[in-house]
Design a protein around this ligand. Structure first.
Ligand SMILES: [Zn+2]
Ligand SMILES: [Zn+2]
Length: 337
């Protein structure tokens, strides 16, 4: 069977590996499509060399069909279309005990801390497997994982109908957040500095703004009669985004920190104090977010096809990374496994 390996220092090797049969509580999936995530690009750049075990099979966004099930597994049958919620929590740490196993202190993330989905057959714990409706295309189903991130973010962002929402950062996650927030009935404005991405997001029917060319805080003020936005999602991970998010919010508005900041950014805590703002971090997803993502994708209401920039054979993972590095209007690149 095929697999692609990260071997350090931007090296990708296309090779083979032996499929691992499922243990009693495991499921073996024949992978159909895998999505390349920013995290995979991060691994490729060597930023996670101390965490991954080389040669590492990456990939945690995927769809496929069940190939074999372990002896103890119930409710999942060979041939079922499925996707995977790639979290394996310890079950005993304080976070798990408190019911927050998705941010377990000892969380194993499949595809980073274990072999991932960029291989023909992927064997995973049964509790991570979600069945899909037959009506959902497997290409679109490969977007369920990032869509579940967006569902989690919008849920914890408490977005309501009629809210003015600002999304800072219009990459795949920012765009999916915008789509899910619109489903909740919010007015959504997306801010990004990449004109190609802005054009695509505008095509999806969103108001867009390039903060390098327009006065974003002024615009939000004006649109809300001086009140400010109800919810701001910081998805850019930029110093400018962290600085701006509090400036955009109304009294008691909510800033949702989605991005992973490499360095602690400057945040205007005076503004947090002055307007009694709330600040909330969000990470990955919970089971209900995965369910909601599957429902939303299956409903056909979201233009998920427009977010798929290209579909390449598995062997072209490296070319996929290079395509992502070029920027442009890239959203999601899928690998056909
Ligand atoms: Zn991802
Ligand atoms: Zn735990």
């Amino acid at each position: 069977m095929k697999a692609v390996f990260y071997e350090g220092d931007r090296r990708i090797r296309v090779g083979t590996c032996t499929p691992r049969p499922p243990g009693p509580n495991e499921v073996q999936i024949q992978v159909a499509y895998g999505g390349i995530c920013g995290t995979d690009l991060h691994i490729f750049h060597g930023a996670m060399d101390r965490r991954v075990r080389m040669p590492q099979i990456m990939g945690h966004e995927m769809s496929g069909r069940v190939h074999a099930v372990g002896s103890q597994v119930q409710g999942i049958r060979v041939g079922d279309p499925v996707t995977v919620m790639p979290l394996d929590p310890c079950g005993v740490c304080p976070a798990c005990q408190a019911g927050h196993s998705h941010i377990c202190h000892n969380l194993k993330f499949l595809g980073i801390d274990t072999p991932g989905a960029f291989q023909s057959f992927w064997t995973v714990p049964a509790h991570t497997v979600f069945r899909l409706p037959e009506t959902l295309s497997l290409q679109q189903a490969a977007l369920i994982e990032p869509l579940a991130v967006a569902c989690h973010d919008v849920r914890l962002g408490e977005v309501k109908a009629g809210d003015q929402v600002v999304v800072i950062g219009g990459g795949p996650i920012g765009t999916l957040i915008a789509l899910v927030a619109r489903e909740q009935g919010a007015h959504v404005l997306v801010s990004d500095v990449n004109p190609h991405r802005l054009a695509l997001i505008q095509e999806l029917g969103f108001q867009v703004v390039n903060p390098l060319e327009e006065d974003l805080p002024g615009l939000v003020q004006q649109q809300t009669n001086g009140a400010g936005a109800d919810v701001v999602f910081e998805v850019s991970g930029s110093a400018a985004g962290a600085r701006t998010m509090t400036e955009l919010l109304r009294t008691r508005g909510l800033a949702v920190v989605v991005a992973i900041f490499g360095q602690p950014p400057a945040v205007d805590l005076f503004r947090v104090f002055w307007r009694e703002l709330r600040l909330r971090g969000v990470r990955v997803y919970e089971q209900e977010d995965f369910q909601r993502a599957i429902e939303l994708a299956a409903s056909g209401r979201l233009p998920l096809d427009k977010l798929i920039t290209s579909v390449r054979p598995l062997e072209q993972l490296q070319a996929g990374f290079e395509e992502m590095e070029q920027g442009g209007a890239n959203m999601k690149i899928l690998l056909e496994v």
